[in-house]
Write a protein that binds this ligand. Structure first.
Ligand code: GUN
Length: 295
């Protein structure tokens, strides 16, 4: 059997179209154009690529991008001042501070300074707390994208045995919380988990978010399981050229029932969900009903 490949690129494109249509409606009905401020401190090439693609997606969705670049040497106070300005600016619906930040800046302090209603990454402790309580709020983009992809395979995730490998604040923990909201039975596994292979083999739905190339082996996968691979790992290919691989070994496609490819799986969903969160934030700030996107 060969796994069904979950086409994240196509599903993300469809979501972005829906967001663009809802943004147009919001503008026509209320004269509101959502705006996303993306803040980049320093000049890491990987972050520059992410930031550029985020701003491009914002413009393509009919929203307004605001790019802010601070030098690598910027102080925490400078960044906090900028965030204060963006919090107060009514044209800015969402604020994203690209991580990681240089060592002189405490990321926790910066995230806590964001207006929670503009926190389109869903990283603010208030939004993390809302998610833990099952209350509405802005939810982290990558985990949200994982759930949307899983639901293209299963109409309901209720009662499924879901195993999340990885416990980061950005992916592992929030994706586990979202799976609970969907009524899955959730296990969070990590580097200290005993017999990780056996734990993974129990999963009807496996989410791999460890950030290690092909860490999850094909024989850890229950035949027919749905596998969501969050990894984006750059490795040297056989020809010496860099190659992107996921957290799941490529031969898992022979065992799984459905699988997200890398690239072209979860990655494109993150940006599409960021667009959705920016639109949601714009509605939230004006006490308008949330956009009707069907997810
Ligand atoms: N760096 C890597 N992933 C992310 C993300 O999802 N949000 C932000 N702000 N920075 C990141």
């Amino acid at each position: 059997m060969t796994a069904r490949i979950i086409d994240g690129k196509a599903i993300a494109a469809e979501l972005r179209h829906k967001v663009a249509a809802e943004a147009t409606r919001l503008n026509a009905a209320h004269g509101v154009v959502p705006g996303l401020a993306v803040v980049l401190v320093g000049a890491s090439p990987a972050s520059e690529v992410y930031v550029r693609s985020k701003s491009k997606a914002v413009a393509e969705t009919g929203m307004r991008p605001f790019d802010h670049k601070l030098p690598e040497t910027a102080s925490e106070a400078e960044l906090l001042t900028l965030i204060g300005r963006l919090n107060a600016d009514p044209a800015v619906s969402g604020i994203l501070v690209q991580l990681p930040l240089p060592p002189q800046i405490d990321a926790h302090k910066v995230i806590a300074a964001l207006d929670p209603d503009k926190d389109v990454d869903g990283f603010h402790p208030l939004n993390a707390g809302r998610l833990a309580r099952g209350l509405p709020g802005l939810v982290p983009c990558t985990p949200f994208g994982c759930i949307i992809l899983a639901k293209t395979v299963h109409a309901s995730l209720a009662g499924m045995d879901a195993v999340v490998v990885g416990r980061s604040n950005i992916v592992g923990k929030p994706v586990a919380q979202l799976l609970l909201v969907e009524d899955a039975t959730v296990t969070i596994a990590h580097s200290k988990t005993r017999d990780l292979a056996a734990v993974c083999r129990r999963a009807d739905l496996l989410v791999a978010a460890v950030g290690r190339p092909e860490f999850v082996r094909a024989d850890w996968i229950k035949p027919g399981a749905t596998v969501i691979d969050v990894g984006i790992n750059r490795i040297a290919g056989k020809d010496g050229k860099p190659r992107i691989v996921g957290d799941v070994a490529a031969d898992a496609a022979a065992i799984a029932g459905a699988l997200t490819p890398v690239p072209g799986g979860v990655g494109p969903m993150t940006i599409a969900c960021l667009m959705l969160n920016t639109l949601r934030a714009a509605c939230l700030q004006r006490s308008l009903p949330p956009p009707d996107i069907g997810c």
